[in-house]
Design a protein around this ligand. Structure first.
Ligand SMILES: Cc1cc2ncn([C@H]3O[C@H](COP(=O)(O)O)[C@@H](O)[C@H]3O)c2cc1C
Ligand SMILES: O=C(O)c1cccnc1
Length: 354
């Protein structure tokens, strides 16, 4: 199924680019003066193949999963917080709930691998396992589990797009997942672990050293294949990270813009683009996270995030904050007057008259 989805992913429509750029120059502003908003408008047109793209309504999907590596003491919070936060999402009390309400976005919460059974109305239960295995001791997942989690992500994107979502905001919840993400990033890039490890939920400097050692030892023991995203996910990955990879493939296959969140989401994006390089052009990077490895992860994708709000939360919060910028870029195209419709002199005309 993943292969079929990848086959469906088309290169974004570059035949529309010149037309949209030219149209932007007819609007009542000096050419290019709306800077990145204009670049975004062009990118959204290329993604959707439409001169007047729509990103509203957005769908927010938060994938939750646990990590066996928490047994090594690599997070500031206990594993139980993953399930507790899933309850909080369903009760409406988390940061991403607040932003979803503000954006009037539909929020889907998906249990793809929380370590506890959660039965609640409104929760999408697609549990592939009760957390991953501790990758300090054994492979986190089997290849089959990775493939199943990717499929969950693909299905979720297809579901919300089928329900009318015009853009995707992807987020995650999983205590320990910055450890998994740093391990993935080191594996896929060959970078030193020290360059891609960070404090996650706020660990001490001693714990940070331990976290780095745990990752270094695991990479030496597990030996994930650099060019094989599925092998990397199986050896040191997570179910919610694999599901995000799938959601990105699914979104791209349906020509839908995807807002990427922070460190964990960007690591998933690196894997998705490794599986299919065409995915890159469907991605818009919401914010620059405080998590240490994010700068390096963004550079690997040559990505320039829209915001820097000193966030280090996850859940899709940084991506959600950037959504109004996307919406603005589409409204510029749809709602601004042109020089001729508004009777405003354009640059050459003005010079000619002087
Ligand atoms: C209350 C709470 C809410 C969160 N929401 C997202 N995260 C974020 O922190 C976790 C990753 O950090 P680490 O690898 O250090 O455990 C993930 O769940 C991530 O989504 C949270 C963390 C906590 C404690
Ligand atoms: O950037 C992120 O996504 C992030 C950073 C710290 C903790 N959780 C998530």
């Amino acid at each position: 199924m993943m292969e079929q989805t990848i086959k469906k992913i088309k290169a974004v429509d570059k035949s529309i680019t010149k037309e949209v750029e030219a149209y932007l120059d007819t609007l009542t502003k000096p050419p290019g003066s709306l800077g990145r908003l204009e670049e975004l408008a062009v990118q959204l047109a290329e993604i959707t193949g439409e001169n007047f793209p729509q990103v509203t309504p957005p769908a927010i999907i938060v994938f939750a999963g646990d990590h066996g590596v928490v047994n090594e003491g690599v997070s500031a919070f206990p594993q139980a917080v993953t399930a507790q936060m899933v309850h909080n999402f369903l009760d409406g009390g988390s940061a991403i709930n607040v932003l979803a309400n503000q954006l009037e976005a539909f929020l889907e919460v998906v249990d793809v691998g929380v370590a506890e059974t959660i039965e609640r109305d409104g929760l999408v239960v697609e549990k592939i396992g009760f957390g991953t295995k501790n990758f300090a001791e054994e492979d986190a997942l089997t290849k089959v589990e990775v493939e199943k989690a990717i499929r969950v992500g693909i299905n979720m994107s297809e579901k919300v797009i089928g329900q009318g979502a015009k853009s995707l905001i992807l987020g995650e919840m999983g205590i320990g997942n910055t450890t998994s993400s740093s391990a993935i990033l080191a594996a896929v890039s060959g970078a030193e672990v020290s360059k891609v490890v960070g404090t996650g939920t706020g660990i001490s400097s001693e714990t940070l050293i331990k976290k780095q050692r745990v990752i270094e030892q695991a990479l030496a023991d597990r030996r994930p294949a650099k060019d094989d995203p599925l092998d990397i996910l199986a050896k040191v990955g997570g179910l919610e990270i694999a599901a995000m990879v799938g959601a990105m493939l699914g979104g791209a296959s349906r020509q839908t813009p995807i807002l990427v969140d922070g460190f964990i989401s960007t690591v998933a994006a690196i894997l998705a683009t490794k599986l299919c390089s065409k995915v890159r052009d469907y991605l818009i990077f919401g914010h620059h996270s405080q998590e240490a490895g994010h700068t390096f992860a963004l550079a690997l994708l040559d990505a320039k995030p829209l915001l820097n709000l000193n966030f280090r939360l996850g859940e899709g919060t940084g991506a959600a904050m950037a959504f109004p910028i996307l919406e603005a870029s589409t409204r510029i195209l749809r709602e601004m007057a042109t020089f001729s419709s508004a009777g405003v002199s354009d640059a050459e005309k003005g010079n000619a008259e002087n």
